[in-house]
Ligand binder design. Structure first.
Ligand code: UD1
Ligand code: CA
Length: 455
């Protein structure tokens, strides 16, 4: 049987007041990606014929984030049934199935969507509802079965009887509908209910009245998790992090305490990576095999190549490329810098807008002075160079291959290959000065004490 085309209608016109935010609810991030991004990415894998997003008056933010999206404005939020109607009015000729999704319920797996679409292939099915059995059914709509054991209708919590409220099979809100029939059903919806809204859920009873079947697909609670508040957002973050940690462990990543490691949705980790406690990944990180990231390191926009070691307490910022077997130690910040194979930046350094050659050794406290308050400049350190501790390399500057910088130098000009560059005050030694100083100061202090007691 040829696959029936489907159009996705994403309802997202709700005010999202419980978020208490100036940002549109569906643009709040989980694992660093706007929640709506998860839904759109999943949908893409199923290739819908059309995707329409129903938004309220405040659609500018969404338009800015998703300029290619088809938006439909629902100026007054009169209910989920009304929202679906407003969207369907934009598809007057469409004949396939409609998958109604919620912008704030973004984690439905493609497999669940697929199962819902497949259930519609049964000729006599007009609607497929996505149900679930939450630990706390609370105020979700309830799926009410008829005498024949099939779904008869959905009752909103507000409208339900005490007996109906004991039903544990709840409505996720999402469903797949036959578009042609839905057009007719949506046009006949009434808002005579406790909320005074046009309920999408009332379509179930209308389909039954037409002699059609309503299929129910059951999802896991986490798959249909809705995000309405900051608490829900934090919960969603926790669920995704847990999933990503499990996936990393399965893929051969070791973690001393997985619960303390935080991934970004796009973090890429090879096998045999070791992550100590408290490692945090921001966007755009790739970690190759055999890398160890020691405790409490913050990594974003970085590549860490085979066998390198980073941390503890290291910060890698965008553009950090740490070469194979290189070592980045404690309290080191690296930004927009290639650190070549086997190079070491072991302690207390800021290295930005630089390149560090293979096997170079950057001493404790070295700083690349890359910014003059207006522009950024590059520091190039050749392979095998040795930078003495507490040096300031004032960019733009080049340290030649195998060159040495004397500790405590402020380097403002290039140093040739294999040369020594030193730029600091010349040391003097005054014989016996320290002893003389101590004798004199001790006498001064004693004299001061005597004057005080006489007063
Ligand atoms: C809905 C279901 C309920 C289900 C619950 C699951 C209905 C009538 N009820 O209730 O059975 O248990 O979801 O979370 O469908 N929206 C619009 N325009 C509107 C109204 C809503 O776009 O006029 C959007 C919202 O932005 C949201 C989604 O539709 O993304 C759901 O709306 P919401 O008001 O949260 O529905 P519930 O009352 O929670
Ligand atoms: Ca809701």
């Amino acid at each position: 049987m040829p696959k029936t085309p489907f159009a996705a209608l994403i309802l997202a016109a709700g005010k999202g007041t419980r978020m208490k935010s100036t940002r549109h609810k569906v643009l709040h991030c989980v694992g660093g990606k706007p929640m709506i991004g998860y839904l759109l990415d999943t949908l893409k894998t199923l290739a819908p014929a059309r995707t329409l997003m129903v938004v309220g008056a405040e659609k500018e933010q969404l338009l800015a984030a998703y300029p290619d999206m088809d938006f439909v404005t629902q100026s007054r939020q009169l209910g989920t049934g009304h929202a679906a109607k407003v969207a369907l009015d934009q598809l007057p000729e469409f004949k396939g199935n409609l998958m109604v999704l919620f912008g704030d319920t973004p984690f439905i797996p493609a497999s669940v969507m697929q199962t819902m679409l497949e259930a519609m292939q049964n000729a006599n099915t007009g609607i497929t509802v996505l149900g679930f059995r939450p630990k706390e059914p609370g105020k979700y709509g309830r799926l009410i079965k008829g005498a024949d054991g099939s779904l008869a209708r959905i009752t909103e919590y507000k409208d339900a009887t005490d007996a109906e409220r004991t039903v544990d099979l709840c409505n996720s809100g999402m469903m797949v509908l036959d578009a042609t029939k839905a057009r007719r059903w949506l046009a006949s919806l009434k808002n005579t209910n406790a909320a005074g809204e046009y309920y999408l859920t009332d379509l179930v009873a209308l389909a039954r009245a037409d002699g059609l079947k309503v299929a129910v697909v059951e999802a896991n609670e986490d798959d249909v998790m809705g995000i309405n508040s900051r608490t829900d957002l934090a919960h969603a973050e926790a669920v995704l992090q847990k999933k990503w940690r499990a996936a990393a462990l399965d893929a051969g990543v070791s973690m001393t305490d997985p619960s303390t490691v935080y991934f970004h949705h796009d973090t890429k980790l090879a096998a045999d990576v070791m992550l100590e406690p408290g490692v945090f990944f921001g966007p755009g990180v790739t970690i190759e095999a055999g890398v160890t990231i020691k405790a409490y390191s913050h990594i974003e926009g970085a590549v860490i190549r085979c066998g390198a070691s980073v941390g503890p307490f290291a910060r890698l910022r965008p553009g950090a490329d740490i070469g194979p077997q290189a070592k980045i130690g404690n309290f080191v910040e690296i930004k927009k810098t290639d650190v070549a194979a086997g190079a070491k930046v072991s302690h207390l350094s800021y290295i930005g807008d630089a390149s560090v050659g293979a096997g170079a050794n950057i001493g404790a406290g070295t700083i690349t002075c890359n910014y003059d308050g207006f522009l950024k400049y590059k520091t190039e350190i050749g392979p095998g160079a040795f930078i003495g501790s507490n040096s300031a390399l004032v960019a733009p500057v080049t340290i030649g291959d195998g060159a040495i910088v004397g500790a405590g130098s402020v380097i403002t000009s290039d140093i040739k290959a294999d040369a020594l560059g030193v730029a600091r005050g010349k040391q003097r030694e005054i014989t016996g000065y320290a002893k003389k100083f101590r004798t004199q100061k001790a006498a001064e202090k004693a004299a001061q004490k005597t004057t005080k007691t006489q007063k």
